[in-house]
Design a protein around this ligand. Structure first.
Ligand SMILES: [Zn+2]
Ligand SMILES: [Zn+2]
Length: 455
């Protein structure tokens, strides 16, 4: 290959961690960024992808795979750095972002109220947020978009949540597929991912579950969850299920509603977050226009009780068996799920059902890995020691691909180069070693942040 024909790849955030995901793909004078996420835990400038290092480059295009904060949350900051870039998402992602970015701005304000440097809050002003839905170029799945004569792309349904997409890029007849967050298993609302039909040159894949031994099926986890809810509620306790407001909340709500209508769990109140409820409506709006397990099904018809601030200490669920779907999923400090978990942990008849990935530095991770009777520090400053008195049970309703499905994808798409991102180091190493073991001729990269890779 002629040297100037190389495609260059650079991680700006979220390489060997699930952080501020953002990746630069360059070819000659063309620069495309995929995703612009916020780091879920970091503070100050560290929360953003490293756009300072590329601020003198012209970025012509930003492609956003989906509306989780670790993929889209830094969009207002991106706009400030690269105001002339074309921004592409699917239609559903744009509709969700309209709601979630306003929420992100509120979160940022609360998070940084005691920080000395609050300069970056200016990117999240209302006038900037208002303009975002107007400038996003919305495109349907499988619609081929010509960026210029030599670069085309299309979004393919990634099966992760409403609107989620992988990006199939064609750069001077070389094909690159970026999975985004991808899932090959059918969830309650969202159908499995659709893969490119042809052999690839380069595959860039997420590795969230790379280090997890074979994941159980959703069906077997649902049976365990059903038993857990019955055991706790039969004794008069309530069950807290920490969830992400987007994706996991909707999937779990549908699952619980099905269990109730089939009389597999008692008909008890489901408490639900206000933000998740607003997002239910977007799911309902796209009932017929995207692939769905049950066309026409409306989440907004499921009876719920909105979770209010006063419920944290005085909720009816302390007296009557209930299910509480509260954010955040990783039980990050000061969120509803954190404050309710603090109360639940002390009560022996209550239960907490953990349903997905928790970053190792989060409170959720700490009690996910605790045993009953153990004393754990809930907060990161280690000021409060809490005894785990309630039952804590781990379930796997991950909306990310299993490792074996990543290997199958490599086999099927047969790329020369595989780039591994969006997973912790051990997950990426595990996937990389398995690919090399099965397909020793492939070039496998675990890219370091800000290093340029010629591919
Ligand atoms: Zn995601
Ligand atoms: Zn992600």
């Amino acid at each position: 290959m002629k040297e100037d024909n190389f495609i260059k790849f650079k991680v700006l955030g979220g390489g060997d961690e699930i952080g501020a995901n953002s990746f630069l793909i360059s070819h000659k004078e063309n620069n495309i960024i995929i995703d612009c996420g916020l780091h879920p835990r970091k503070k100050g400038k560290e929360i953003f992808p490293d756009y300072e290092k590329i601020k003198d480059e012209t970025i012509q295009n930003l492609l956003i795979t989906h509306s989780h904060n670790d993929h889209i949350g830094a969009l207002p900051y991106f706009l400030n750095k690269f105001p002339y870039a074309n921004i592409y998402t699917t239609k559903a992602t744009a509709s969700i972002a309209e709601i979630t970015l306003v929420n992100t701005a509120g979160l940022m304000e609360r998070e940084f109220q005691f920080e000395w440097d609050t300069s970056f809050l200016k990117y999240y002003k209302e006038e900037i947020l208002n303009i975002i839905p107007l400038i996003i170029k919305q495109t349907d799945y499988s619609n081929k978009v010509n960026i210029n004569e030599s670069i085309k792309f299309e979004f393919l349904d990634a099966g992760h949540l409403l609107g989620s997409a992988g990006v199939l890029l064609n750069i001077e007849n070389r094909s690159i597929y970026f999975t985004g967050d991808i899932n090959f298993r059918q969830q309650k609302l969202i159908k499995p991912a659709i893969l490119p039909k042809h052999k690839l040159d380069i595959l860039i894949t997420e590795c969230t579950n790379g280090n997890t031994e074979s994941l159980p099926t959703y069906e077997s986890e649902e049976t365990r969850l059903k038993n857990f809810i019955n055991e706790i509620t039969n004794k008069g306790g309530s069950v807290l299920i920490p969830v992400f407001a987007l994706g996991k909340a909707q999937e779990m709500l549908k699952r619980l509603n099905e269990l109730m209508t089939k009389n597999k769990i008692p008909h008890i109140p489901i408490y639900y977050s206000t933000l998740a409820n607003a997002l239910n409506r977007v799911y309902d709006d796209f009932n017929y226009t995207v692939r769905r397990v049950e066309k026409g099904f409306k989440l907004s018809e499921i009876p719920i009780r909105l979770l209010r601030r006063t419920d944290i200490t005085r909720g009816d669920f302390y007296r009557h068996p209930s299910i509480i779907l509260a954010t955040s999923g990783m039980v990050i400090e000061d969120t509803y799920s954190y404050k309710i978990a603090r109360q639940f942990l002390r009560r022996k008849d209550f239960g907490i059902a953990m349903t997905g990935y928790c970053d190792p530095e989060t409170p959720g991770y700490r009690f996910k890995n605790s045993v009953r009777g153990e004393k754990i520090f809930l907060d990161k400053h280690k000021t409060e020691l809490v005894e785990v008195n309630c039952r804590v049970e781990n379930f796997s309703f991950s909306s990310h691909t299993r490792r074996e499905d990543i290997i199958n994808m490599v086999e099927k798409l047969d790329p020369e180069i595989v780039i591994l991102v969006h997973g912790d180091k051990s997950a990426i190493d595990r996937v990389g070693l398995e690919i090399l073991d099965r397909f020793p001729k492939k070039r496998v990269l675990a890219p370091e942040k800000l290093k340029i890779y010629e591919i």
